[in-house]
Design a protein around this ligand. Structure first.
Ligand SMILES: CC(C)(COP(=O)(O)OP(=O)(O)OC[C@H]1O[C@@H](n2cnc3c(N)ncnc32)[C@H](O)[C@@H]1OP(=O)(O)O)[C@@H](O)C(=O)NCCC(=O)NCCS
Length: 180
């Protein structure tokens, strides 16, 4: 499975992607909103293996794509859409981009493609995403692709020694097709 956008190739992960993922995940800016303080090669191998295993689901209900700049082999992040199970009519999306490539619209481009895939090919009824309140860049991505803030969750996630509030954004199929 592979998807393309104006500037990106979204392709399946392979074990060979470990060095590129390790390089961008071991960055202070990236690590700010994750529970991890650092990433080892083994951490990243395990992380990628989860996505490789998803490729063999039958029927497949979780997709996580390596984000590669078109015309290059450069992996700059990943994005995904994940249903809870094969029969679920809703899924969540996620994305991350190497800090060296922030601010160029790549996360928004990839996340928009996840909505296209989810509504137009997986025929989902609702797509949602969460981000912690302080992660303003991520919230902005969700707003830019047209998702609505549905609720705020107080003290939703424990990481880095404290609880963090989170926001849930969502979009329904009717909203997607009305906007197209
Ligand atoms: C969140 C993340 C994926 C955004 O990636 P990106 O490719 O830079 O995103 P985009 O360029 O598509 O859009 C980012 C938007 O946030 C804005 N933004 C960036 N930093 C911001 C900040 N500190 N405050 C407010 N807005 C901010 C940008 O200006 C841009 O909006 P604009 O187009 O209206 O100017 C990236 O910061 C990242 O990988 N962070 C670490 C992983 C992560 O948090 N993933 C999401 C988990 S929920």
């Amino acid at each position: 499975m592979m998807r393309t956008t104006e500037r990106l190739i979204l392709r399946e992960f392979t074990e060979d992607d470990c060095p590129a993922v390790l390089a961008y995940q071991n960055d202070f800016h990236y690590l700010r909103f994750y529970p991890w303080d650092e990433r080892t090669e083994q951490d990243v191998r395990t992380f990628i293996q989860v996505f490789i295993d998803q490729q063999y689901q039958k029927p497949r209900f979780r997709y996580q794509f390596a984000m590669v700049l078109k015309g290059t082999d450069q992996l700059i992040g990943n994005c995904g859409i994940r249903r809870g199970g094969p029969d679920s009519s809703e899924a969540d999306i996620g994305y991350e981009v190497a800090a060296t490539h922030w601010g160029h619209g790549y996360a928004s481009e990839a996340a928009h493609e996840m909505l296209t895939f989810g509504f137009e090919e997986l025929h989902l009824n609702r797509i949602w995403a969460t981000c912690i309140v302080e992660n303003t860049a991520s919230a902005r991505v969700l707003e830019k692709i047209g998702m609505q803030l549905e609720l705020q969750l107080k003290e939703h996630e424990w990481m880095k020694g404290r609880m963090w509030d989170a926001m849930v954004y969502g979009m329904f199929k009717d909203e997607w097709f009305t906007k197209q």
